[in-house]
Design a protein around this ligand. Structure first.
Ligand code: OKP
Ligand code: ZN
Length: 343
């Protein structure tokens, strides 16, 4: 399988994250992508190519223009004020506060962020746009007739909604790629999110649409991040009613429970008549993940890949989470190798 990769991911390197009451080094690090790339090479998954630039147009197909312009200018405006540290919001536009977009950069940072764990740095814009290009170059391959491609996207994307960042995500790589597939003649596209955390951003983007089916298997938001979305009764709205499926599972759920949910999701994808599949591939479902609580073992990821291959669809994998840095490469490549073995 072809891998698309860009070194620009390295430009996103947040300093710290608030964990258990103290600032700790960010879980979402450049070493994650390095480890995945190393495993791709070591296990001979296939060629590794650089992305082609696609510009802002495909991004603006799913993201709000004000939000995109904010991200483009945020670091410049933030550092002009003499700040040399990561831009993180300290307040949110919660109930009964003004809804207008603030003018000042710090107010905008609060307005366009979902949490305080998604640092904007000097290199964020470059890294995030390169990550989108990685996903779009993968989508190009599918449009060109290839069976599958692996977009080694970092920073990840699935928590980024139409007009906010969060959960280490700025642009929704998988959603932008799914939209590109639609725009290039694929009539029905399914996005399956297997990351431990609910793909609130992707759900937000496609919630009112029937041409893109969204499905997510994740830790129950009653106890897990992102808390405010990802419940089973969210089924889509308007035209999109019946085209959104959430499979929240209790934190600590066992492997067979997880695979049962996967089977339910795959059945819906087949019923939908998808012409292409985008997989938001987070491997933080791994038993050793430091911030998640499912129990998949490294060999289980081979099974996941094989089950996905059984759909017989052109498939684009976009990397999302996975924070057990040592095993992340094997876990990701196991999915891709399991897929290839059954293709
Ligand atoms: C991003 B992705 C843990 C804090 C977790 C945010 C998690 C973002 C996950 N104590 N904070 O879906 O893997
Ligand atoms: Zn996750």
């Amino acid at each position: 399988m072809l891998t698309i990769y860009s070194d620009s991911h390295r430009l996103q390197h947040g300093r710290s994250e608030l964990i258990d009451g103290t600032l700790k080094p960010c879980f979402e690090t450049p070493s994650r992508a390095d480890m995945v790339l190393a495993a791709v090479r070591q296990r001979d998954l296939g060629d590794v190519v650089h992305p082609r630039r696609h510009g802002l147009e495909p991004i603006l197909r799913v993201h709000d223009e004000g939000y995109v312009r904010f991200l483009e200018t945020a670091w410049q405006r933030w550092s002009e004020m003499g700040r040399d540290y990561d831009a993180l919001p300290k307040m949110w536009q919660i109930r009964r506060l003004r809804e207008a977009v603030p003018e000042y950069v710090e107010g905008q940072l609060c307005y366009y962020s979902m949490d305080c764990g998604t640092p904007i740095t000097a290199g964020t814009w470059q890294a995030a746009t390169a990550s989108v290009d990685v996903a779009l170059t993968g989508a190009d391959r599918l449009i060109g007739g290839e069976r599958a491609a692996f977009a080694l996207t970092r920073p990840p994307g699935h928590h980024a909604a139409r007009d906010y960042c969060g959960g280490y995500c700025f642009f929704n790589n998988a959603a932008i790629a799914a939209q590109a597939l639609r725009d290039h003649g694929m009539h029905r596209v399914a996005v399956l999110d297997v990351d431990y955390h609910h793909g609130n951003g992707t759900q937000d983007i496609f919630y009112h649409r029937s041409d893109v089916l969204f499905l997510s298997i994740h830790g129950d938001p009653r106890t897990e991040y992102p808390f405010f979305l990802g419940f089973a009764d969210e089924k889509g709205d308007g035209e999109g009613l019946g085209y959104n499926f959430n499979f929240p599972l209790a934190a600590g759920s066992c492997v067979s429970t997880w695979f049962f949910a996967l089977d339910c999701a795959l059945e819906q994808i087949a019923r939908f008549g998808a012409e292409a599949l985008v997989v938001s591939l987070g491997v933080d479902t791994f038993e050793g993940d430091p911030i998640s609580r499912f129990q998949l073992g490294t060999p289980d990821f081979v099974t996941l890949g094989a089950r996905l291959a059984a759909l017989k669809l052109p498939t684009l994998f976009c990397l999302e989470g996975g924070y057990a840095v040592g095993p992340i490469g094997d876990n990701v490549v196991n999915v891709l190798a399991g897929f290839e073995a059954r293709s």
